[in-house]
Ligand binder design. Structure first.
Ligand code: APR
Ligand code: PHB
Length: 405
């Protein structure tokens, strides 16, 4: 029996229905609120679950500006760490890329995505605007028309939201992209033959800036969340299971991939979290299907080398908010019609950088000894060439939103 069609339905109406309350959905909700556009957010998980996900934590200026615009930048400015450079380690030696001098004074902010999400959640709660958590059976309908709908079940009760637009902010495994007919969408994908084993610990960071290490044993990254909390990563084979890695084994392997000074300075301690993530480059074209707009991880995934994921999500959301605001305030469809094209240009550039940086820093099983030698030669070139260093730096701090226009 089809209970969905016979059960009583609660009807809701809004301008924009946002599917997913990750950073993309929450930031869009906040920006639309500031712009006077109505939105309801529907999320499959609980707030605690959403906050439990640990992801990269390097914010570009464009993202910082957007968080300020959304009115949620206060804690980021107070607690985030401004970094004006980072180290690249190869052949046992570290070399600094000076972001500040290479980019005319630009910098990045080290502030965890969990904290960004928490700030956005708190701001949403303060507005009292509707966010439906733990919604099941979320489905989208009629997005090839101007009257799309989102349906879901909450506490056994069926709901329908009628809206003008659906924002698909429901991540890589969400329902929105999956609902688009196969003939209307092209997906580009590359899966890398390794993963990242991440460890979070309440220990002081080994260095005041990040260290990206190319080692014959595989890539390593020394990152941080604060002066007392560190985040480290090791490249591991895809076949490794996190249970195989004791904390001691992690620290021992990390030491072997660092330079002697960092290996000696490294402060170890019990892990708070440890997990393995696969690495993937993935782009969906287009990003708009009638009244459905994909944003963030729902539309693209970058490998984490260079931490572009959240920053790309933020620029999608900026374009999407402008598109909806222009539609309601100026009665113009220009932003809506150009959304996909504007996003994809930036998405492909960041995907290119993330793929390149991943290729440069990791050990590829099929590339052998010559692969390692060629990477070391490229790194040697990059750090000694002003043009090379500048190119790394300008991509790392993030290309301007209007780059090339
Ligand atoms: N219905 C409702 N919500 C859903 C559904 C569904 N069917 N499927 C997934 N979701 C929710 C997820 O539970 C999650 O909270 O959508 C949200 C998507 O959040 P993210 O995966 O964090 O994606 P996004 O908000 O685009 O954030 C991009 O995350 O992976 C990083 O590097 C990436 O930093 C970037 C950021
Ligand atoms: C992180 O801190 O989790 C991090 C930082 C930089 C990266 C990737 C991840 O490039």
């Amino acid at each position: 029996m089809n209970t969905a069609s016979t059960a009583p339905q609660t009807q809701h109406r809004t301008q924009v229905c946002i599917v997913g309350a990750g950073p993309s959905g929450l930031l869009l909700g906040q920006l639309l609120h500031k712009a006077g556009v109505d939105a309801i957010i529907v999320e499959r998980q609980s707030p605690e679950y959403v906050l439990g996900r640990i992801r990269a934590g390097v914010l570009e200026q464009v993202t910082m500006d957007l968080l300020d615009e959304a009115g949620v930048g206060q804690r980021m400015h107070a607690e985030g760490l401004v970094h004006t450079g980072f180290d690249m380690l190869f052949k046992g030696e570290r070399h600094r890329i000076d972001l500040h001098s290479m980019t005319g004074g630009k910098q990045v902010m080290v502030y965890g995505q969990t904290e960004v999400t928490r700030d956005l959640m708190d701001a949403r709660q303060a507005t009292g605007l509707p966010t439906v958590y733990e919604a099941s059976d979320v489905a989208i309908h009629d997005f090839d028309t101007a009257s799309p709908k989102v349906t879901y079940t909450k506490d056994g009760h069926a709901h329908t939201i009628s809206c003008d637009f659906i924002a698909g902010c429901d991540g890589f495994h969400g329902v929105c992209r999956a609902s688009v007919p196969k003939q209307s969408i092209t997906e580009f994908e590359k899966v890398y033959p390794f993963g990242w084993l991440g460890l979070l610990s309440d220990t002081p960071p080994v260095h005041h800036e990040l260290i990206y290490a190319n080692s014959p044993r595989g890539f390593a990254l020394c990152s941080q969340r604060s002066h007392t909390r560190s985040r480290y990563y090791l490249q591991v084979p895809l076949t490794d299971k996190v249970e195989q890695w004791s904390d001691d084994a992690f620290w021992a392997e990390l030491r072997l991939r660092l330079d002697p000074q960092a290996a000696q300075t490294l402060v170890t301690g019990a892990s708070i979290e440890k997990s393995i993530a696969p690495l993937r480059s993935f782009v969906t074209e287009p990003m708009r299907f009638g009244s459905l707009f994909l944003a963030g991880d729902a539309a693209h995934i970058v490998p984490p080398t260079g931490a572009k994921g959240l920053n790309l999500a933020a620029s999608d959301v900026k374009y999407l908010c402008s598109a909806f605001t222009e539609f309601y305030k100026d009665h113009s469809r220009t932003g809506v019609d150009h959304y996909s094209e504007r996003c994809l240009r930036r998405v492909w550039r960041a995907s290119r950088f993330s793929w390149w940086f991943t290729s440069l820093m990791h050990r590829f099983p099929d590339n052998g000894e010559i692969g390692q030698k060629l990477q070391e030669a490229e790194l040697d070139y990059l750090i000694h060439s002003e043009a090379g260093s500048r190119s790394v730096a300008e991509n790392y701090v993030g290309l301007p939103l209007n780059f090339g226009e």
